[in-house]
Design a protein around this ligand. Structure first.
Ligand code: PMP
Length: 401
């Protein structure tokens, strides 16, 4: 059993020395030394690319690249490594599913249910495919605790529903819907489920088989890995039925002027020279995560958000949009614009995010033009909470003058 020690954990993140008080981990997590070293090592010492060359260095690289699939499969309990497709991130993974699995099969009048809490990455690809096919997007409205209203889901599902698009964790409220229940209801109605794991994966990697998830997407950079790399999991039979979506090198076994024969899954979906450094960095992140007690680390970051929320409650007009005990604390302060506050916080060296967080429909549902969001990670400290609270008090005083 690994013990979680916040002070020791912090030491592994060199960027903390420059980042000031970094409370923007929901946008992207800082990188531990192990990931930085693996990426640097790759660029300093490796030669060649993957799947193309016979020399020893390139073969070794291919083995490393392919074995990282097994690491991702093990993280989310996917049945086999070939169910993991490398993508640029969550956004690309969801677009892949929309264009490859759904564009060829949707018919006019088919329905796609999208929760009102979704990030644009799990809404716009569905709007696009709906426009391309004549399918219809159905909104699953928010209910109590800023979560999609589970009581409404059965009333939205019907024989025309082809897909439910649902986030594992909101990037605004931190709310985690009951995935098991939503998936069960969707499946009972004959619909598939696309789970956006961009926020959720770092807090609670799912068991895709136990939850019976059809498609799951996440980004490496929110999981302490590099930017520009992510993964899509799909159930084997679903992936097998999907055509290639981008054409180019290495996604085919034969091509002539009459057509091409695609590679088996997952290579069929990986056209062109891939992000090898990204895969190696993500692999290092996953290896490093095995040394971390994720549950204890999560409890620590959530406790910091709770402390900050308790202290900020004293501010007149403070309103929290935090769902449950999440490590994300979205809030606003009546009469003060979030962008004014965030500018002053930036001047105090406190990095938080303000605005709509790529979730405009959610902002509309919450009845706000935007929020401030302090997102805590296990490398944050009690001093970070103090700095945030102090900086907000100072900002309010300045703005009141
Ligand atoms: N979904 C959610 C809930 C997110 O928070 C994000 C990133 N902000 C995304 C999807 C998109 O991830 P990426 O930009 O890494 O593709």
């Amino acid at each position: 059993m690994t013990l979680f020690n916040p002070a020791q954990f912090r030491q592994q993140f060199p960027a903390l020395a420059n980042a000031g008080v970094y409370l923007d981990s929901a946008a992207t997590a800082l990188k531990p030394q192990a990931v930085i070293e693996a990426t640097e090592h790759y660029y300093s010492l490796s030669a060649g690319t993957v799947h193309r060359s016979q020399y020893a260095a390139a073969r070794k690289l291919t083995e490393r690249y392919e074995s990282a699939r097994a690491q991702v499969a093990s993280l989310i309990n996917a049945p086999r490594p070939q169910t993991i497709i490398w993508t640029r991130g969550t956004t690309e993974a969801i677009n892949l599913v929309a264009q490859s699995a759904f564009r060829p099969t949707l018919k006019p009048g088919d329905e796609i249910i999208v929760s009102e809490a979704e990030h644009h990455a799990n809404l716009v690809p569905w709007l696009m495919v709906a426009e391309q096919t004549g399918a219809r997007i159905v909104k699953w409205p928010l209910g109590p605790n800023h979560l999609p209203d589970m009581a409404l889901l059965p009333t939205l599902l019907n024989g025309k529903t082809r897909l439910l698009a649902l986030g594992q964790m909101s990037n605004v409220t931190g709310g985690c819907p009951d995935l098991a229940q939503a998936i069960q209801l969707a499946h009972a109605a004959g619909a598939l489920v696309m789970v956006d794991g961009a926020q959720g994966v770092v807090h609670c990697p799912p068991d895709v088989q136990a939850l019976d998830i059809d498609f799951y997407a996440f980004s490496g950079h929110k999981l302490y890995g590099p930017m520009g790399i992510g993964a899509l999991y799909g159930k084997p039979a679903l992936l097998e039925a999907m055509p290639a979506w981008q054409g180019g090198g290495k996604m085919l076994s034969h091509v002539d002027f009459n057509g091409f024969t695609p590679q088996p899954v997952p290579w069929r979906f990986e056209a062109g020279t891939p992000n090898v450094a990204g895969v190696i960095g993500l692999s290092a992140a996953l290896e490093w995560l095995e040394t971390v007690d994720i549950d204890a680390a999560e409890r620590w970051s959530c406790s910091l958000a709770t402390l900050a929320e308790e202290q900020l409650q004293a501010i007149p007009g403070f309103r929290s949009f935090r769902s449950g005990e999440s490590s994300l604390l979205s809030f606003d302060i009546a009469g003060i614009h979030h962008s004014d506050v965030v500018t002053l916080l930036a001047e105090s060296g406190v990095a938080v995010r303000a605005g709509q967080h790529c979730a405009q429909p959610l902002m509309a549902a919450l009845g706000v033009s935007g929020t401030l969001r302090a997102s805590f990670a296990p490398y944050n400290s009690l001093q970070d909470v103090d700095a945030l609270v102090r900086a907000i008090h100072n900002a309010i005083t300045l703005l009141a003058e």
